[in-house]
Design a protein around this ligand. Structure first.
Ligand code: KG4
Ligand code: ZN
Length: 333
């Protein structure tokens, strides 16, 4: 977004696509002034996100998160130039709370509203200060709902080169963790358990070569059978480490193939799984220039939504009042 006066504006961003209620203030130069993430701990007792419960909690937390983001940024709504919000993909009921909150604030203040694609947000986390990574680059996005490789040649779009045919990488972490008796979200818990295990203990499938597509469903089934057939003989730490190893290998190998095929020599990552330490280490070995955002910008957050809004078209009042949330985007993601 550009402003005629040349002065710097604050973007207030809201993100409620899953179970984190997020609000952030980012300048249109990409400097993060606050980034509030309120995680709804309630879902762990169900072993996954319950959409209706997520929506209700967003309702309770959205305004508080916005107030907190403004306070931490040291500003008031008087200092906000535009409101950005994640419109989809995600849980529609959850997204609608963020969209309604954003509409309400924008309309009350006569501000423009910038609808943002959540996945564009994960890509745009790489554009934020203090260490922005400029296109062109190859981008691996691996989250709880999506896993894909994309070519990024500008700040406002990306082209998908390959995606998962079944589960997302984060989903595979969560399902594997659940089988191992770990709490939700499974990724961080499985990573912790795997630290004391041997990644070569069990030979889990890395996935058949499917070009640039991913597949994690077979890996999860292998773990299920392993647990059923050899419950006593293999340590849980070893199972976790081997499972994580196979998952990371598939992500890294497909990424390596995409780098080779496209000729890109610069790689960026995003999505919750990109917070995984061993994955970050493995990608660092690919021998290309690597951008890994800080962990809090990999998992869902509103700063990345503002990051994408910087390069998106704002919608003027009252046109945005009819804006809707979407579960699946136009790319089929
Ligand atoms: O991007 P994200 O916060 O939300 C979605 O858009 O889905 O990603 C959440 C996913 C969850 O599946 C979670 O288990 C996974 O990211 N995750 C991790 C780690 N931290 C979060 N997976 C592996 N290792 C981690 N450290
Ligand atoms: Zn996400």
């Amino acid at each position: 977004m550009t402003f005629a006066s040349g002065e710097c504006h604050n973007i207030l961003a809201i993100e409620t696509s899953c179970d984190d209620t997020c609000a952030a203030v980012v300048t249109d130069d990409g400097e993060i002034r606050s980034n509030v993430i309120s995680s709804q701990g309630i879902h762990d007792r169900y072993g996954g996100v319950v959409p209706e419960i997520a929506s209700r909690h967003h309702l309770e937390l959205a305004n508080l998160a916005v107030d907190d983001a403004l306070e931490r940024a040291g500003i008031t709504l008087d200092d906000v130039g535009s409101v950005a919000v994640a419109q989809g993909p995600g849980l529609v009921g959850a997204l609608l709370v963020g969209v309604a909150t954003a509409k309400g604030i924008a309309a009350a203040r006569g501000l423009p509203l910038v609808p943002v694609d959540h996945l564009q947000g994960h890509v745009a986390a790489n554009f934020l200060e203090p260490d922005p990574f400029e296109p062109p680059f190859l981008c691996l996005i691996a989250s709880g709902g999506h896993t894909f490789l994309a070519e990024v040649t500008d700040h406002s779009s990306f082209t998908v080169l390959g995606q998962t045919l079944d589960d997302a990488a984060g989903e595979a972490f969560d399902k594997g963790a659940r089988l191992l008796g770990l709490p939700y979200p499974g990724g961080p818990a499985l990573e912790r358990l795997a630290r004391d295990g041997d990644p070569t203990a069990v030979d889990f499938p890395v996935g058949r070569d499917r070009g640039l597509s991913f597949s994690f469903a077979g890996l999860k089934t292998s773990l299920l059978y392993k647990l059923r057939d050899e419950q006593q003989s293999v340590k849980k730490e070893d199972l976790a480490a081997s499972y994580q190893h196979a998952l990371i290998e598939q992500l890294a190998r497909r990424t390596e193939t995409a780098l080779r095929q496209t000729g890109h020599t610069r790689l960026a990552v995003g999505g919750g799984v990109a917070a995984n330490g061993p994955l970050r280490e493995r990608l660092a070995q690919l021998g290309v220039e690597l951008k890994v955002p800080p962990r809090e910008l990999c998992t869902d957050n509103a700063a990345m939504i503002a990051g994408a809004a910087r390069f998106a078209e704002p919608v003027a009042f009252p046109d945005y009042l009819s804006l809707d949330a979407y579960a699946t985007g136009e790319r089929g993601l």
